[in-house]
Design a protein around this ligand. Structure first.
Ligand code: HEM
Ligand code: PLO
Length: 473
């Protein structure tokens, strides 16, 4: 720990040998809230020890922007941890791979493949609308029942990424889909950021329930990915590229012949599999979670979205402004990735006036950035109006303290796709249905559950077909 204390360094939480600052963090499952509150004692930028790892916690947008944008490259590393190494076969994916030429190449490939589907163009829109229509049919059939929308939203979103990645989709009750729901939940529950085996890798040698669950879930996921991969490899003929999997296979072929990659670098089967695994996993868990949060907030604040008497207002929403402002506010108040993915400094560098050594883990607390009282008026209040200008006309961010997708070279790769899905799914549903809390039931809790994504607790909804829609159709 030499060199990590002293005048040039951020103030540090007390740390004991071996366990580090764990005593201050233990017993607080909502890590983002704990780190947010610790600002009171240590200021907005402070350091702590996770076992033997030096961790710097950033809670202000100025420092966050410095890390992500101004010094993006110096902070573009990722830590290697036991759980993410299992998930990504030692960092052969994009999200958990450290900075390097292969990571850069994989990011570029996926970006190009997603644009091939024409982000913003008809193809993608058509895929999303097809799933939105099917979702609305299911809601229609379950009208006036107290429904857990979770699995329905997940299937709709899954089918969009399934179309993009594998050119396939799932029907209701498909056993493969049910298996996917189960393994993905297991992964989300166990790849919790900073879990104990990640702090103390030697704990792996002891029986560990979470680690065993993670391994079991990964086995199921890997079988599924492998099966899709084999099918694609067998059917692939080189020119007709139908999906991301094909696009990756094709690029590998041409990379081999044109040596697009530096000597010694190879895009192995594992790299292709883990890349698709990332897009699939990120594509499903993030967007579904935001949709659930949006529905939950609409139950709590019905005047925002779906009062039947405000038919005009709704139509206006569909023509964008209030709808977009609502989505922006949901992403602010409940950031899907409240601590982003940890970054790592690749060289000795600095944040503000503090010096940061090479190899430090940097955690950006997006919860703090989005709930900063100096930047947001009553931050815990849900108010989409903040994102509209005075005439209620234009979408704008009223504060620079807003980074739901991160920023800089590690910015979310699915930002455009996610925004398009969120808008279209919500527009389709709200145009047709009024969403209500089932009678005699209390409003469900707005408290999130911290994990690799900030999860929503299960709740039920009544979707009632709107009179105006019934008449119109
Ligand atoms: C990374 C947010 C949807 C793919 C990230 C990061 C955030 C984020 C905060 C971390 C940035 C960092 O570490 O600095 C979101 C939100 C989403 C969303 C709020 C939905 C509303 C998606 C979708 C995809 C996706 C749909 C897939 C198509 C990725 C990937 C990374 C990433 C691959 C890792 C990038 C890297 O490390 O280089 N996202 N995301 N995300 N996201 Fe998203
Ligand atoms: C979600 C569960 C999947 O089974 C595997 C998976 C892959 C990529 C991860 C994603 C999970 C969670 C959300 C992550 C995404 C990469 C980027 C995204 C971490 C673990 C965010 C929000 O940062």
């Amino acid at each position: 720990r030499r060199g990590t204390a002293g005048p040039g360094r951020p103030r540090s939480l007390p740390a004991l040998p071996l366990v580090g600052s764990l005593l201050q963090l233990a017993g607080h499952p909502q890590l983002h809230l704990r780190l947010w509150r610790l600002q009171g004692r240590y200021g907005s930028l402070y350091a702590l020890w996770m076992g033997s790892h030096y961790v710097v916690v950033v809670n202000s947008y100025r420092h966050a922007r410095e890390v992500l944008l101004k010094k993006g490259k110096a902070f573009a590393g990722r830590p290697r941890t036991v759980t993410t190494d299992l998930l990504s076969r030692g960092g052969k994916d994009i999200a958990f791979a450290s900075y390097g030429p292969l990571w850069k190449f994989q990011r570029k490939l996926v970006h190009a493949a997603l644009s091939m589907f024409g982000e913003g163009s008809l193809t993608l829109e058509r895929i999303i609308c097809r799933e939105a229509a099917s979702l609305c049919e299911t809601l229609s059939a379950a009208q006036d029942m107290a429904l857990d929308m979770g699995p329905e939203l997940t299937r709709a979103v899954t089918n969009v990424v399934c179309s993009l990645c594998f050119n396939s989709s799932y029907r209701r009750g498909d056993p493969e889909f049910e298996a996917m729901l189960e393994y993905s939940q297991g992964i989300v529950d166990t790849v919790a950021k900073e879990s104990l085996v990640d702090i103390f890798p030697w704990l792996q040698i002891f029986p560990n329930k979470d680690l065993a669950l993670l391994k079991r879930c990964l086995k199921v996921r890997d079988q599924l990915l492998q099966q899709k991969f084999t099918e694609h490899k067998e059917a692939f003929c080189g020119d007709a590229v139908k999906d991301l999997m094909d696009a990756l296979l094709q690029v590998r072929l041409s990379a081999e012949s044109s040596s697009a990659l530096a000597p010694g670098l190879e895009l192995t089967d594992d790299h292709l599999l883990m890349t698709v695994g990332d897009i699939f996993g990120a594509g499903v868990e993030t967007t579904t979670t935001v949709l659930k949060w949006a529905v939950l907030y609409l139950l709590h604040y019905p005047e925002v979205g779906c009062q039947e008497k405000c038919q005009r207002k709704i139509q206006e929403e569909m023509d964008q402004k209030i709808g977009l402002a609502t989505i922006s506010e949901v992403l602010r108040i409940r950031p899907v990735s409240p601590l982003l993915i940890p970054h790592v400094s690749l060289a000795d560098t600095s944040i503000g006036e503090y010096s940061i050594p090479k190899g430090a883990r940097v955690v950006i607390n997006l919860w703090s950035v989005h709930h900063d009282e100096k930047e947001w008026d009553k931050p815990e209040e849900f108010n989409p109006g903040r994102f509209l200008d005075e005439q209620g006309q234009h979408i704008h961010s009223p504060s620079p303290s807003y980074l739901p997708f991160g920023a800089g070279i590690r910015v979310c790769l699915g930002k455009v796709l996610a925004k398009m899905e969120l808008f279209l799914f919500l527009a389709w549903v709200l145009q047709r249905f009024t969403l209500e809390c089932p009678q005699d039931q209390p409003l469900p809790s707005l408290e999130g559950k911290f994990g690799v994504v900030l999860q929503v607790q299960k709740f039920r909804v009544k979707a009632r077909l709107r009179d105006a829609w019934r008449v119109a159709s």
